[in-house]
Design a protein around this ligand. Structure first.
Ligand SMILES: [Zn+2]
Length: 333
């Protein structure tokens, strides 16, 4: 008797060979369109272990660090399979075993830290609209909708709307530029670790700017290149996350990029909702496992033990410039 194989979305596995030259594209600077650049750092996929060497370069005109050549836009989705953490959350195929409650708590704390940053940026009223670009598993936005009574629009280039946090959200599949966002109708837009993945970051910020109310707020979090963890780990810095990361922002290049996209920066924070400890831990693990990928199931126990040991250091996370950065901004009138 034939066994029927259950077909699930996102079933495709990560590529098992290095990309062929025909699968790569050379690009100019995503900020200023200048072509002249210098080599910056070469990276491997230390997180998932897909084969290949990926090059980051620095623009000679504006100093932005970006990936070139990079995986062609029409092929990049295969690098985000179901084990991709931000997409699978704790419900994915990773076996957490007895540590599942700890993992769930860590994901919950991450969303809680996002909510705290939201409340710092804006006071929301029931019925107002919130836009989350790169909504991933959807847990942050669904929680914000529950807690604040707002109406949530989620945009992601991958259709994850079958996940359990999506009922109640207005999901739009595609990039921000493709999502047909209504003009001047959102009180808040959030981009948690999105811009560093973006193939068209200027188009994204233009779409977000047009969608925000004139007094609306935008929250952008990305890894910070000029941080302690990059100085510590260099080529094995988790923020390189090749090939998914297309841009590596320093404080200076992020602020310039946001301002050039028509925003006024209200506040800059040298930390984010994403735990800097993840970068400290993963960077140390990558030194050992260079390019082989991290086995999340097996890494979970050392991760939480290390976190307990690092607790005193993490108390200073907001001042030490460990790994992350966040910008709170509004459309410039
Ligand atoms: Zn440039």
């Amino acid at each position: 008797m034939k066994t029927l194989r259950r077909v699930e979305r996102d079933e495709a596995a990560l590529p098992r060979r290095a990309p062929r030259p025909s699968e790569l594209e050379e690009v100019d600077c995503p900020a200023c369109e200048e072509g002249a650049r210098d080599p910056f750092v070469s990276a491997r996929d230390d997180l998932h272990g897909t084969p290949g060497e990926f090059s980051f370069v620095r623009c000679r005109a504006c100093a932005l660090v970006y990936q070139s050549p990079r995986i062609r836009a029409d092929l990049i989705e295969r690098y985000y399979d179901e084990t991709y953490l931000a997409h699978s959350n704790t419900r994915g195929p990773i076996t957490w075993g007895p540590l599942k409650p700890l993992v769930e708590r860590a994901f919950g704390r991450h969303d809680q830290r996002k909510l705290a940053l939201v409340r710092r940026a804006v006071s929301l009223e029931a019925g107002q609209r919130v836009l989350d670009i790169g909504s991933g598993a959807g847990s942050f936005l669904s929680r914000l909708v529950r807690e604040e009574g707002v109406s949530g629009t989620a945009v992601d280039f991958k259709d994850l709307s079958h996940l359990p946090d999506y009922p109640g959200l207005d999901f739009r599949h595609g990039s921000a530029g493709e999502a047909s966002l209504e003009d001047e109708s959102y009180r808040l837009a959030t981009l948690w670790h999105v811009l560093e993945h973006d193939y068209e970051p200027r188009r994204t910020l233009a779409a977000v700017r047009a969608a925000l109310e004139p007094e609306g707020r935008c929250l952008i979090e990305v890894p910070r290149l000029d941080s302690l963890s990059y100085r510590l780990y260099g080529q094995r810095w988790p923020g390189l996350q090749a090939p998914q990361h297309t841009i590596l922002f320093s404080k200076e290049t992020l602020l310039r990029f946001v301002e050039a996209s028509g925003f006024e920066v209200l506040e800059y924070l040298p930390y984010g909702a994403f735990p800097a400890y993840f970068y400290l831990f993963a960077g140390a693990a990558f030194q050992v496992r260079v390019g082989q990928g991290l086995d999340f199931g097996r890494a979970a126990l050392p991760y939480f033990l290390g976190r307990a040991l690092a607790a005193p250091l993490l108390l200073g996370e907001r001042r030490l410039n460990l790994a992350m950065q966040t910008v709170i901004c509004r459309p410039r009138s």
